[in-house]
Write a protein that binds this ligand. Structure first.
Ligand SMILES: NC(=O)C1=CN([C@@H]2O[C@H](COP(=O)(O)OP(=O)(O)OC[C@H]3O[C@@H](n4cnc5c(N)ncnc54)[C@H](OP(=O)(O)O)[C@@H]3O)[C@@H](O)[C@H]2O)C=CC1
Ligand SMILES: O=C(CO)COP(=O)(O)O
Length: 339
């Protein structure tokens, strides 16, 4: 049938398109909705998303769609892949058009700007509690995923049956390994906090520090994430998986990460605005830093790296001052939880 699909993806940027390519390559009819009709026309014409993933052909089962009502009527499985600052808005737009049997999953990594709420709270607030919810999180650069290179990811949600269906839709024995997880909060937190730590690793490399400093930031970043997770009710073991250590290592070490590149630019002396402009795609960590920092303060969780990234982004501190402050902190035991 022309207007039915196994899954609909909302958000036709780099990651929404990459996930849609992966799903369609698995043999699933996949609608890809984007808010800009001209961009969707280009996708249809070129059978590629040249603006975000140049040179990668869209599989036949991927159908670009500019009309939100058509996209949401086509499937009960809705995968949201828009930046966190428009997540609530897109859900509000979708709400009156959703099918009764809709199930909502997102791959957005971040917290709600201004409130610092987890996206599960935003979704619950906008949609109520009648739809199953889930999240995808883990080390997955869009370009590699779209090119069919091997990737692994985790999924967790409110309903085990939905989580399992998502594993089956996404899993590909050739290129994508999908792990079910039962820590909905942990997967969301991992995706938000790694953005901040990737900026710190970028700043360190941008200054000219080496592998030792970068590795220390990843390791202590993991400690910060675990502390915040504990305070929020997540499982510490989650952070040893794809959505914690996995995504931290990926985005702190590889220049495909926009958060890391943003940090690199700052470390080399560029200004915040100029660095963001140059990247030209969403840098989730810019807003996330503010929200993670506020959340940590509210919960009384010690997150010194996050605090220093915050000082650079919002209080005029320099990356060098941030590094000096971190290094000069009081001597403590590695396993000590707070000072
Ligand atoms: N890229 C990656 O490798 C990965 C990204 N993610 C996460 O996925 C999310 C999306 O990121 P990504 O795709 O990379 O970002 P991009 O910057 O590549 O694309 C964002 C897309 O969202 C669209 N958009 C912006 N505002 C709206 C809106 N109001 N309604 C509908 N669409 C809108 C943009 O359209 P326009 O261009 O017209 O503004 C653009 O198509 C982020 O939370 C990111 O952290 C997670 C894992 C990997
Ligand atoms: O989340 C990502 C990979 O897992 C993408 O990271 P960036 O948003 O830093 O590019």
């Amino acid at each position: 049938m022309k207007n039915t699909a196994d899954i609909t993806v909302l958000g036709a940027g780099s990651y929404g398109t990459a996930l849609a390519i992966s799903l369609a390559s698995n043999g699933h009819r996949t609608l890809l909705w984007g808010h800009d009709p001209e961009h969707i026309e280009n996708l249809k014409r070129d059978r590629a998303n040249e603006a975000f993933l140049p040179g990668i052909t869209l599989p036949d089962l991927l159908i670009p769609e500019a009309d939100l009502a058509t996209a949401l009527a086509a499937s009960n499985n809705i995968l949201v892949v828009v930046p966190s600052h428009v997540f609530g808005m897109v859900l509000s737009q979708a709400k009156p058009l959703l099918r009764e049997d809709s199930r909502i999953v997102w791959a957005t990594k971040g917290l709600e700007p201004e409130t610092g709420r987890l996206l599960q709270e935003v979704a619950g607030d906008v949609l109520g509690d009648k739809y199953p919810l889930a999240v995808l999180s883990g080390p997955t650069f869009a370009k590699e995923l779209a090119a069919g290179m091997p990737t692994a990811i985790s999924v967790a949600g409110t309903h085990a049956a939905f989580t399992q269906d998502l594993v089956e839709l996404l899993h590909s024995p050739k290129r994508l390994r999908v792990y079910a997880n039962d820590d909905f909060i942990g997967l969301q937190l991992g995706g938000a906090v790694k953005n901040v730590i990737a900026i710190s690793a970028g700043m360190s490399d941008g200054i000219g520090f080496g592998a030792n400093a970068r590795t220390a930031l990843i390791t202590r970043g993991l400690v910060e994430l675990s502390r915040l997770g504990e305070a929020m009710g997540a499982k510490t073991s989650t952070f040893m998986g794809m959505a914690g250590l996995g995504d931290l290592v990926l985005t702190c070490t590889d220049n495909q990460s926009r958060n890391r590149r943003f940090g690199l630019a700052l470390g080399r002396g560029q200004g915040v605005e100029e660095a963001q402009k140059e990247i030209g795609q969403v840098v989730e960590g810019y807003r996330n830093t503010k929200e993670v920092y506020a959340l940590a303060k509210r919960l009384g969780v010690e997150m010194p790296i996050t605090e220093q990234v915050y000082r650079v982004l919002y209080e005029g501190g320099t990356p060098r001052e941030a590094a000096v402050t971190l290094l000069a902190r009081d001597i403590k035991s590695e396993t000590q939880d707070s000072e």
